[in-house]
Design a protein around this ligand. Structure first.
Ligand code: ATP
Ligand code: NAG
Ligand code: NAG
Ligand code: NAG
Ligand code: NAG
Ligand code: NAG
Ligand code: MG
Length: 426
């Protein structure tokens, strides 16, 4: 048990595998301590080297990756880092399935699918699952086999709905990590993950760990430079030099994994409103932008009554190098959006505060444009902010991750609502 363990009161050991021990936490019901086992047993220096590198990367990777996914809005069991080798997680009953997601064909896929060339690109990604059964070498399972197994974990029956949720979640998690690694010029080739059932909420959540053993990474898409445990598997002979190389690869990943949490782009939204009577509508846009992680500034200007000011304000935001999307909020006749759009190369979104009396007529001032203008129009403040997020998400993987997770969570909610309805009507 780690030197830090005294800080936390440990309860019963709930589980122990090859690499981890799971302890109950009497002072935190519903949480467990996931402790990496003390691996430094062999005496030789090369092996010790490997273990030190391994502990560092495993620790850093799980905490960075789970933080990235959680900040995006994907449900994970990770709660907080506790020490160099342990973290606190929600107590789960684990679903004994390894979900594998592949973008590029390599490894065992090639053996099971003879004829497919290494490097074949799956679009959409390829999903596979394996039953965790050491004695039988983790056999591949079909969805039908998983349904037939009829698992019951923490009071949750693993049926059609639960299987679909895990399948969909795996794809979303892969895509979020793929985009994140792309910022480091790394191709995420494939990935394997496990889900658990939160014993308190009975929700399916990403659990266990994501570490060096969970994926293949090819820097610049180049297999010969791979930075994962394959390097170790491929070693002909475990020489000190070779171990140094494995360690350098671990360090390379450990260094970059923290960069996955950093935003690549600093963008902003500037809302121009025709008058302060548009304030409530504009504030809604600002609030929605901030939930997407995008700074948003509000200005008042009328293209009808003060066009010189409108263009001066526009020039302020063109004068620095910050990528900007303008949102025009103007009631009645929207002159603001079209005038901006005709005078800037930045994107302009009209978000007119439509009123019931003349709305059907007023909206045409945002829709029918002179030639040469490319502004777009959305009516709800949330939709305007979401459109801005989609623009910045093209370059910013953190903004993109939130959009992707939100799509996943909406899909899950609909699925669960339908399941509940079916259960009631039976
Ligand atoms: N948040 C969690 N709550 C409860 N159990 C967990 C949690 N995270 C991981 N576990 C479980 O802890 C056990 C020990 O993990 P470890 O990875 O060492 O096992 P292993 O030897 O690799 O066996 P396995 O083949 O099950 O992964 C595993 O059964 C794992 O599923
Ligand atoms: C799991 O349950 C805990 C309570 O033990 C709760 O606080 C937490 O939000 C749940 N986590 C997820 C991801 O649902
Ligand atoms: C493990 O992670 C924590 C938090 O990210 C960090 O402070 C610590 O240095 C890491 N330990 C190792 C061995 O890298
Ligand atoms: C996951 O879902 C896809 C799309 O519905 C399906 O084709 C695939 O067979 C599923 N994969 C697994 C491993 O269940
Ligand atoms: C990624 O590759 C491009 C083109 O080769 C290069 O310009 C860029 O600096 C690289 N970025 C990182 C983070 O390595
Ligand atoms: C990480 O890589 C090492 C060395 O290649 C491997 O032995 C280990 O199983 C991997 N996983 C973890 C959890 O460290
Ligand atoms: Mg394991």
């Amino acid at each position: 048990v780690s030197a830090y363990a005294f800080e936390l009161k440990l309860g019963d050991k709930l589980n122990e595998g090859k690499t981890k021990q799971i302890f109950a936490l009497p002072d935190e019901p519903g949480h467990v301590l996931v402790q990496s086992k003390d691996q430094i047993t062999a005496g030789n220096a090369a092996r010790k080297d490997q273990m030190e590198g391994k502990a560092a990367i495993s620790n850093k990777t799980t905490s960075c990756v789970f933080t990235l996914l959680q900040q995006a809005g994907i449900k994970t069991a990770f709660v907080r880092q506790h020490s160099d080798t342990a973290f606190v997680a929600d107590h789960c009953e684990m679903i004994p399935i390894e979900w594998v997601c592949r973008r590029i064909a390599t490894g065992s896929f090639l053996k099971r699918n003879p004829g497919v060339k290494e490097g074949y690109r799956f679009s959409p990604v390829k999903m596979e699952m394996f039953f965790k059964d050491d004695a039988n070498n983790d056999p591949q399972w079909s969805e039908e086999q998983l349904l037939a197994a009829s698992f019951d974990l923490a009071g949750l029956h693993i049926g059609r709905c639960e299987v679909d949720i895990m399948n969909r979640s795996t794809v979303a998690i892969f895509e979020v990590l793929e985009k994140a690694w792309a910022t480091q010029n790394c191709t995420l080739v494939d990935m394997k993950i496990e889900f658990g059932v939160n014993v308190t909420t009975k929700e399916i959540v990403l659990a266990d760990v994501i570490d060096n053993d969970s994926w293949r990474l090819w820097p610049a898409g180049d297999r010969s430079q791979q930075k994962d445990k394959q390097v170790y598997r491929d070693l002909k002979e475990v020489t000190p030099e070779a171990m140094q190389m494995v360690k350098r690869n671990f360090e390379w990943v450990a260094e970059r994994v923290t960069l996955l949490l950093e935003s690549q782009v600093s963008g902003r939204v500037v809302v121009l409103m025709g008058s302060t009577s548009d304030m409530a509508h504009s504030e809604k846009i600002r609030k929605a932008c901030s939930s997407h992680g995008i700074p948003c500034f509000l200005r008042v200007t009328s293209a009808h009554k003060g066009p010189d000011e409108t263009l001066r304000i526009k020039a302020e935001y063109e004068g620095d190098d910050v990528p900007t999307v303008f949102v025009a909020v103007a009631g009645r006749s929207n002159g603001l959006g079209p005038v901006l759009s005709g005078n800037t190369a930045y994107p302009v979104v009209n978000c007119p505060p439509i009123t019931p009396d003349w709305g059907a007529q007023d909206v045409w001032s945002s829709l029918r444009m002179p030639s040469g203008l490319g502004c777009t129009t959305v009516l709800s403040p949330d939709a305007a902010a979401q459109f801005c997020a989609q623009i910045f998400g093209l370059k910013d993987h953190l903004i993109w991750a939130k959009l992707r997770a939100s799509m996943l969570n909406t899909w899950i909610s609909l699925k669960q609502a339908d399941q509940k309805l079916q259960a009631c009507s039976l």
